[in-house]
Design a protein around this ligand. Structure first.
Ligand code: GUN
Length: 293
């Protein structure tokens, strides 16, 4: 069994990005600039956004954090999005989700200029990805594809089972694994809450991607010997033996499953750190106008 070490790989990618930034600036180019909009005080969102800003600083990007109270009106938030769309210094930006209930997330996502949509959530980018045109790929699936590539895990012709059909992870990773590309060309089975024989399907998987948000859902009896396991879950569970009284676990029972696999991502330190580097890579692509010219 080999660990897919996202912490290490993301550091390597960040070194490459930092070197690119130096080169861009030495050649008189514009410093890449990522902006993030954070509404309200959701603790997980605060941590994610803080990590994104920190990562920007580390690689030499400019970053702007726009924080607003949860009471902000939809119209005020739409104005912020509009201003960021118009701001030539901002290469790309994200609006951290979830938004407060009185704000329509779809409306806000649709208002983001697809050229600056480094989250890859706008239907223009989702559609372009789906038909194989250059597009900003959503951070988590993009991070998983990079892991497969860098660890030279060939998924062509393999059976990949994906658990979870979210817009952010399950649906896009299913598309990316199955498309005619490298990595890609896999046979994909997408499972969800209405899937009948989930255990049997998991046992067939050469590659199992788990993104359900259910702590330790995947157990040893659900995994084929030699499978590749990608665990996207980040769940905080009670643990009286831990200093904080809680700890993070994935959707996979790591201790039981790991000895059976060829490769597995740990939680934390697997897919998580890769999502941030994906966002940085998208911002670099925006700066270079790689996707839309
Ligand atoms: N909330 C959880 N994940 C994400 C993400 O990747 N982007 C944004 N904008 N919000 C999120």
């Amino acid at each position: 069994m080999e660990l897919l070490d996202g912490k290490w790989l993301s550091q390597e990618i960040k070194k490459d990005i930092a070197a690119e930034v130096k080169k861009i600036i030495a050649q008189g180019g514009k410093q890449p600039h990522l902006a993030a909009v954070l509404v309200g005080d959701d603790p997980a969102s605060q941590v994610y956004v803080r990590n994104k800003v920190k990562a920007c600083e580390l690689v030499g990007f400019k970053s702007t954090l726009i924080r607003r109270e949860a009471t902000i009106s939809e119209q005020e938030l739409m104005q912020i999005v509009h201003d960021l769309n118009q701001d030539d210094d901002v290469d790309g930006f994200i609006v951290q989700l979830p938004l407060p209930k009185h704000i329509d997330e779809i409306k806000v996502t649709l208002a983001i200029d697809p050229k600056k949509d480094v989250d890859g959530f706008h239907p223009m980018n989702v559609g372009r990805m789906t038909i194989g045109l250059p597009a900003y790929l959503p951070a988590t699936p993009f991070g998983i594809m990079q892991m497969l590539e860098r660890y030279k895990i060939d998924v062509a012709g393999k059976e990949c089972v994906v658990l979870g059909r979210s817009n952010i992870v399950g649906t896009p990773i299913s598309l990316l694994l199955s498309r005619k590309a490298n990595p890609g060309n896999a046979t994909v089975i997408l499972c969800h809450s209405m899937t009948q024989n989930i255990k049997d399907l998991c046992r067939r998987a050469d590659v199992l991607v788990v993104a359900m948000g259910r702590p330790k859902f995947v157990t040893e009896d659900m995994v084929k010997a030699g499978a590749v396991i990608i665990d996207v879950g980040i769940n905080r569970i009670d643990d009286p033996t831990a200093a904080k009284g809680t700890r993070l676990v994935g959707d996979v029972d790591f201790e039981m499953v790991a000895p059976k696999c060829s490769y597995i991502t740990p939680v934390p330190g697997g897919v998580g750190p890769m999502t941030i580097t994906s966002l940085l890579m998208n911002t670099l692509r925006a700066n270079r106008k790689e996707i839309y010219g």
